[in-house]
Design a protein around this ligand. Sequence first.
Ligand code: B12
Ligand code: SF4
Length: 530
Amino acid sequence: MQKLRVGVIDLVAKGPTRSLFPRIMNANLASIMPQVIALWCEQEGHDVTFVCYTGFEDLVKELPDNVDLVFIGAFTEAAQLSYALSNLLRSKGAITAIGGPHARCYPQDALNYFDYVLGFTDKAVISDILQDCSQHRPVGRYITAKQQPAALPGVRERWKFIEPTLRKAPFIKMVPMIGSLGCPYTCSFCIDSVIPYQPLDFDVMREDLQFLLQKFKRPLIGWHDPNFGVRFDDYMNAIEEAAPPDSFDFIAESSLSLLSESHLKRLKQNGFKALLPGIESWYDLGGKSKTGKMKGMSKVEQVSDHVNMILRYIPYIQTNFVLGLDTDEGAEPFELTKRFVDLAPGAFPGYSLLSAFGQAAPLNLEYQRAERILPFPFHFLNNNQAMNVKPKNYSWTDFYERVIDLTSYTYSWRAITKRFRATRGMIPRWMNVVRAVSSEGFGRIKYHTEVRRRLDSDRQLRRYFEQETSELPQFYLDQARKDLGSLWEWLPEGAMRHDPNAYLKSMGAERHLSSDQGYESGPEIISLRL
Ligand code: B12
Ligand code: SF4
């Protein structure tokens, strides 16, 4: 096979920025898979240039002029950036491929802008593309492995890509690790609700931890597991066997049901400093928070007690909520969350506006069937800049007023002071203050307030929200143009629009294609040409 010049780009940012928080944090939010892809391409004998885009790099200058094939990893919020970039790279003769959350959620749309669109990605998929490496236009080729890969290269193997990325992080340097894929829970809105749980190799994990002790005095590790600690004892054994107690600092996303007091004791001993459990709703998803059928105020009380217990062992906790779920109605859900803010003052609540990311979850089919999906451009789909599901039990004005009220309550100076007092340790205390007064707290109150104001004063925007028009309001167009900077010029015609019901339509297309034998099956690859 010809030796190719391959580029791999991890889009952490969705456009150029000069702000302080991204400068400090973005390199710490790098994804694992682009590093894996870069390694696999090298193992196949190709020359690889790897770029983690944090919003400060000149992407075009970072890649060699005559690059043959470029893999881009993107969240949906970076879709427009990735489309513009693909267009630019194609104009220079490159073949382009996209993988990651956007490609998994919106493959039909991405096929219009890339030669390859990847779902589940293992080494066989990458080697198939390296061999084929040819133009697929105007509609690209969709390739997915049958399931998540059985193994992924660990930190030691990925180090040559991790190191230059972390060099971009001035103070905090967090190494991304993963010990499992999929999840045994079935939260209806989640991309992993239908993906079986699968642990990765615990020996690799142990070796990676030992390796990191040679690189850092006290390594800081961010676990990317969808739900950390399902095989709790295996994880803890691997950590304890790797080094003496409390040699590392760890951050993980874990469901409350896994955070019993005995588990917390062990997590504390092993250096866990921050946990991000999802509470999501006071009426739904009881299994995940170990509250069973408990609902409403009794769930608030139980979860608050649980969170306060966690704070006795772990210095930092972010509790995640989804606002606007179909089970929510009237003032109560918002008022209950305010009671939670009072009863568990040390937690940092993270709020997400209900978002349906294309074909992420089967539940999205229901929203599409009910014609409740708004066609907000991908650029705004990051759980807070836009809500693309019409709320079932609220008008838009009512909903936004309640969101503003809750957010203002949560990031009021009274709550900030109480949070400061209820938290131990300087870093967690100040982290909470900074997050509340920055774009995440005060910034979102301002943004939601502006949207609420426009719902009355901006007729074009109101009609868009009410699904009376699909013409994008100027308010959003201006933001996207500003965010993309000079790459806006490279955004292909039509790339700000997508079919919000593509998932539903694709269900029909898939049945049709399979009966026509439109699938190509290989030993490990199912490739579907649309
Ligand atoms: C870990 C995680 C994070 C971490 C790490 C993020 C990162 N840079 O990777 C943190 C906490 C930083 C984070 C932040 C956010 N996240 Co997040 N996160 C996850 C989580 C829990 C696991 C993802 C993961 O790493 N899985 C393990 C990998 C190996 O599997 P995989 O993602 O399925 O990837 C497979 C393929 O997609 C492919 N692949 C993946 N990447 C690439 C790249 C290339 C080049 C190729 C070829 C292939 C490829 O290969 C993999 C193997 O088959 C998922 C939820 C979930 N349960 O999956 C949400 C999820 C990915 N996050 C989500 C969101 C919305 C966000 C935020 C926007 C939230 C916010 N408001 O801040 C930010 C955006 C951050 C950013 N721009 O980088 C959404 C994404 C939806 C979408 N379509 O964009 C998800 C799906 C959760 C959800 N709402 O359902 N997140
Ligand atoms: S526990 Fe988390 S990762 Fe698992 S299905 Fe629910 S939301 Fe998804």
